[in-house]
Ligand binder design. Structure first.
Ligand code: SF4
Length: 367
């Protein structure tokens, strides 16, 4: 059994007919329930539910306080390299884009770690483009050995690996895995992943599960919003998270709802996702999966991120650079995309405090 079996049930689902049948009284009934099922989750993603965002926000706020209190965990990504062998139509690291490629040496990784750690951050997410040849497992493990000196929690957002590879990387000191399906719709997935190993839809879809089986502490999934009609991708992301939570109750499952940002090269075929849509997605998710982690990145503006804090966010990035070596060297590799919230760690910390929430720099230590 894989999540693909769940996906298949909805592969040819008539979303438009379903949404046409959702009524305002359905939404009010759903909002009065303690636990909702997958069809009720889908109803909360419907156009009709847009008229109930205030009521949804109140419910999401209560559930978020109940399960997470007023705490927001802070982290930052660290780009180790931007070499990539895939041709994803929507990404600046695409193998065909003529950008400045760079891979940090171990000395540069240490310099970058010192610069980031000086901001007070203790949780780091390391990223590379997807090129096992340029950034093999051995390089990642050496990088992790250095980063362990400066950070208490190390997450990875790399190319999909096997369960055994994840076990090795956990052994080295990694505790969290982020892997985005990008788009759950199989046809669109095939179209936007033009060439490279990422074309293998199934291997990628099962990657979060391999991370769970290897005993990652936290597994973070998501769809890149803009590649398909957002309501469908939001629904399938929620189903995927629900599947993982039920099957691996010992793993903390979280999602990110990233929206496409400007990047090197151009990708015109973007489905619109407004701020209001993003809010509806987050609220529906929180009501469907009350103890799901939700991460909001600096792809979103400072104002929007601040307003989302009480609605279910559990984790935020801060002091972000998407450039390779972006915190410590003048000889940077090009960034993956442009960020929107450019505030420093200190500024994000102050913004969280001003909302009455506690910025958390460390909630985990290696055991
Ligand atoms: S999305 Fe990932 S795999 Fe695709 S081109 Fe960008 S870095 Fe490479």
């Amino acid at each position: 059994m894989s999540f693909y079996n769940c996906y298949e049930k909805f592969k040819n689902f008539d979303y438009d007919s379903f949404f046409e049948k959702v009524t305002e009284s359905d939404i009010l009934r759903i909002l009065n329930k303690n636990k909702i099922d997958q069809y009720e989750f889908l109803a909360l993603l419907s156009p009709v539910a847009e008229n109930f965002l205030e009521e949804m926000a109140q419910r999401a706020n209560i559930l978020s306080l109940q399960h997470f209190g007023k705490a927001i965990l802070l982290f930052t990504p660290m780009y180790l390299a931007n070499h990539c062998i895939n041709q994803c139509a929507y990404c600046g690291y695409n193998i065909n884009n003529n950008i400045k490629r760079k891979k940090l040496t171990l000395e540069e990784i240490e310099k970058e770690a010192i610069a980031i750690a000086s901001t007070g951050l203790r949780h780091i997410l390391i990223l590379t483009g997807e090129s096992p040849k340029d950034t093999p497992l051995s390089y990642i493990i050496e990088a992790v050995k250095i980063l362990k000196k400066y950070f208490d929690s190390i997450g990875i957002e790399l190319y999909p690996m096997t369960e055994d590879e994840y076990k090795k990387i956990i052994e080295a000191g990694v505790d969290s895995l982020t892997i985005y399906q990008e788009v759950y719709d199989e046809e669109i997935y095939d179209r936007v992943h033009i060439s490279g190993p990422k074309k293998d839809y199934h291997f990628r879809l099962d990657t979060p599960e391999r991370g769970c089986m290897a005993k990652m502490r936290n597994v973070n999934i998501g769809a890149l919003l803009g590649l398909n009609e957002w309501r469908r991708e939001a629904f399938l992301t929620g189903l995927h998270a629900d599947y993982l939570q039920n099957k691996y109750p010992d793993v903390a499952i979280s999602i990110s709802p990233p929206r496409i940002r400007p990047h090197a090269g151009c990708f015109e075929d973007v489905y619109p996702v407004t701020d209001k849509n993003l809010v509806q997605y987050m609220l529906a998710l929180r009501i469907f999966l009350p103890y799901l982690g939700i991460t909001i990145s600096t792809r979103e503006s400072a104002g929007l991120r601040d307003n989302l804090i009480p609605l279910g966010v559990t984790k935020m990035s801060a002091g972000v650079s998407t450039e390779v070596g972006g915190h410590s060297t003048d000889d940077k590799g090009e960034g993956q995309f442009e960020i929107s919230d450019i505030r420093s760690v200190e500024e994000v910390k102050e913004a969280i405090l001003s909302k009455g929430y506690q910025p958390i720099f460390k909630d985990w230590m290696h055991i």
